[in-house]
Design a protein around this ligand. Structure first.
Ligand code: NAG
Ligand code: NAG
Length: 491
């Protein structure tokens, strides 16, 4: 122990420095008596020294600064918060017993002593009901804590919070008529309105929401508020339709997002009116469909009715129909009724999807028109006889040997839904049939062969008949050229 020293000769204990109870409250020493030889004569003895407290420590606040807030309509006695302070001196003695006191308040309006602090507990309270944010919105209060010897000061900042005791008030109650075109685009501002609220700016007590209370069943309008100015912008949120509704009587209420304090209510000053008058815009005719598709057989007679298209004008104007891009002039339209007829023989083998544009125009305003697609799927009819796929000229070597034959292949230009089944037969005289023979190998192929080897070296014209299995079945007749010639050596 370097604070307490024992004198080596007389046995007195001396204080060598200053004691600090808060640092070390108890000093324990072991003492022995030695002779001049340095040998222990007595002891060891334990000595305990208790350091008595004196009030030598100032109290300290837990925080250097306190912040609090209080609603402006709070009652006297309302708690705002509690201040805490500590003292290093001995607990549960007068040296560490602390007391709080308010020593100053700034500003001192509307009164001094707006607040009190519980002397022992440190509870900070409102003492009066005179708070008024419009008069003073913040207070700086100096609080003292003391242990009777030392005093420490602390600053307490109090914010007065507004309550929602003011309603929004419209600058005027009737904004009159607002006339707009039917085709005014969505999102366009059609009117600006303004209400003001005297509560604390930029809080839920003074922010304004404009609600359309009546007259907008279809939600065609929306009102957005500028958060800086509380100005309301009436916009179109859904396209207007003059033919459905030409005037809107709108009632708008201005409200706060926060509820009003008890006893205050919205009144008619928070409500305004305006009328939206919609002016008809001439709209073009509208087809019942964007694309019309009809199926039709290719063999229908000219003048067959294919389909009727209809377009309606929102204003009820008369409509006239025309066709465009009618490249092959296969169709025509009745300009008044919209009936579409075939105007020429159709041919699927030329074009199987025939597409035109049909236009509807207002009779009295030619610039108002609209267009739809009209398409016909032309369905196949077996209207093409079978034919040979390649040339009809067949060659045989003279003199003939037994068993020679030449292959032929048949085809057809109609739509082939199933594998074709052609049949082959020879026409012409009995002579032909006694000299030549046709034998089918599959649905599309057959062989032509001489029936004997005595044929002359010349060109024979052999009538061939091919039948298909279409509906109705068709027959193709043609002549095969069978040529017999000497085989040249230089082949
Ligand atoms: C709108 O109000 C006016 C008068 O303010 C009235 O003449 C009109 O009939 C009302 N219209 C509707 C749709 O309520
Ligand atoms: C509505 O209330 C406010 C006060 O909150 C008042 O100033 C105003 O005159 C009232 N308006 C009507 C129409 O009573």
């Amino acid at each position: 122990d370097d604070v307490i020293e024992i004198a080596s000769t007389d046995g007195y204990l001396y204080l060598n420095g200053s004691l600090d109870r808060e640092n070390k409250a108890i000093h324990r020493l072991q003492v022995e008596a030695l002779n001049v030889m340095g040998e222990k004569v007595k002891g060891p003895y334990s000595i305990t020294i208790n350091v008595q407290d004196i009030n030598d420590n100032p109290p300290k606040f837990e925080k250097s600064k306190y912040y609090g807030a209080v609603w402006q309509n709070s009652h006297p006695g309302s708690n705002i918060g509690t201040l805490h302070a500590t003292d290093m001196d001995k607990k549960n003695t007068l040296n560490s017993r602390l007391q709080f006191r308010i020593v100053d308040q700034n500003p001192k309006i509307p009164l001094d002593s707006l607040f009190i602090i519980q002397q022992e507990a440190g509870t900070f309270q409102l003492s009066s009901s005179s708070l008024n944010k419009q008069v003073a919105s913040t207070y700086s209060v100096t609080v003292e804590v003391t242990d009777k010897v030392f005093t420490t000061l602390c600053d307490v900042k109090i914010n007065v919070i507004d309550i929602n005791d003011q309603i929004p008030i419209f600058e005027k109650s009737d904004y009159g008529n607002c006339t707009i075109l039917e085709d005014t685009p969505e999102g366009e501002v059609i009117l600006e309105i303004q209400a003001t609220d005297a509560d604390e700016p930029f809080t839920g007590s003074s922010q304004i929401i404009y609600q359309i209370e009546e007259g907008d069943q279809n939600k065609n309008f929306i009102i957005e508020t500028d958060p800086q100015t509380n100005r309301g912008f009436v916009k179109i949120s859904k396209a207007l339709d003059f033919e459905m509704s030409s005037t809107y009587n709108l009632t708008v209420k201005a409200i706060n997002p926060e509820p009003l304090v008890k006893g205050v209510q919205y009144n008619s000053s928070s409500t305004a009116y305006f009328r939206v008058v919609v002016v008809d815009a001439n709209e073009g005719p509208v087809f019942s469909k964007n694309t019309y598709i009809a199926d039709i057989f290719e063999d229908v007679p000219v003048g067959t009715l294919v389909m009727t298209v209809t377009a309606n004008d929102p204003e009820g104007d008369q409509i006239r129909y025309t066709l465009k891009n009618n490249k092959r002039n296969w169709l025509e339209i009745d300009t008044v009724s919209g009936k579409i007829y075939t105007a020429a023989p159709l041919d699927r083998e030329v074009e199987h999807d025939y597409r035109v544009q049909v236009t509807a125009t207002e009779e009295n305003k030619k610039s108002q028109s609209s267009t739809a697609i009209f398409m016909i799927h032309i369905k196949d009819v077996n209207d093409n006889p079978p034919r040979l796929a390649k040339g009809n000229h067949l060659f045989f070597c003279h003199p003939l040997r037994g068993g020679v034959k030449a292959e032929i292949q048949a085809t057809d230009d109609d739509e082939q839904l199933y594998p074709p089944e052609f049949t082959f037969s020879l026409g012409g005289s009995e002579n032909i049939k006694s000299d030549w023979e046709i034998s089918r190998t599959d649905g599309t192929h057959a062989y032509l062969s001489p029936k004997h080897t005595n044929l002359e070296e010349k060109q024979y014209s052999i009538p061939l008949i091919i039948n298909d299995n279409g509906k109705p079945p068709l027959e193709g007749a043609l002549n095969l050229q069978g040529t017999l010639h000497t085989q040249h050596l230089w082949y």
